[in-house]
Write a new protein. Structure first.
Length: 131
């Protein structure tokens, strides 16, 4: 008896050729990084480059693509807008796979978080001239 298989061939997933994806959106409280996982991908490694440093640094690893993590780091120079360049790379389990996404950029102005009341008091004391 012959097996009668009906339908398309199963999807073939090439771990080496997979190209990651991602996009960044500036929000009021940071930069939201989104990506689409697909059915084989566990999540994405997220890297960022900013300022004069030519290197990319890993800032997050996320398995939540639609909501994504937020980059809430303040700008390198307070009050000066900066361009941040991001890229992602997929992982399955603990293994990075495939190729980096195309780079994506945003211009942002993220303020440092406000000081807590105790820190404000300490700074006020330290700013007073000594007798």
């Amino acid at each position: 008896t012959a097996l009668m298989i009906i339908g398309d061939d199963p999807d073939v997933f090439n771990r080496e050729e997979y190209v990651a994806n991602g996009k960044a959106t500036v929000t009021e409280d940071g930069i939201l990084i989104k990506f689409k996982k697909g059915k084989f991908i566990t999540g994405m490694d997220i890297e960022c480059q900013r300022g004069d440093d030519p290197l990319f640094y890993r800032i997050a690893q996320s398995s939540i693509g639609t909501k994504g993590p937020k980059d809430k780091r303040p700008n390198l120079v307070d009050g000066v807008p900066e361009i941040r360049t991001y890229r992602t790379r997929a992982f399955i389990g603990n293994d990075l796979i495939g190729k980096y996404s195309p780079e994506f950029k945003v211009t942002c102005l993220i303020k440092p978080p406000p000081l807590k009341k105790e820190e404000e008091k300490t700074e006020e004391i330290n700013d007073k001239p000594e007798d």
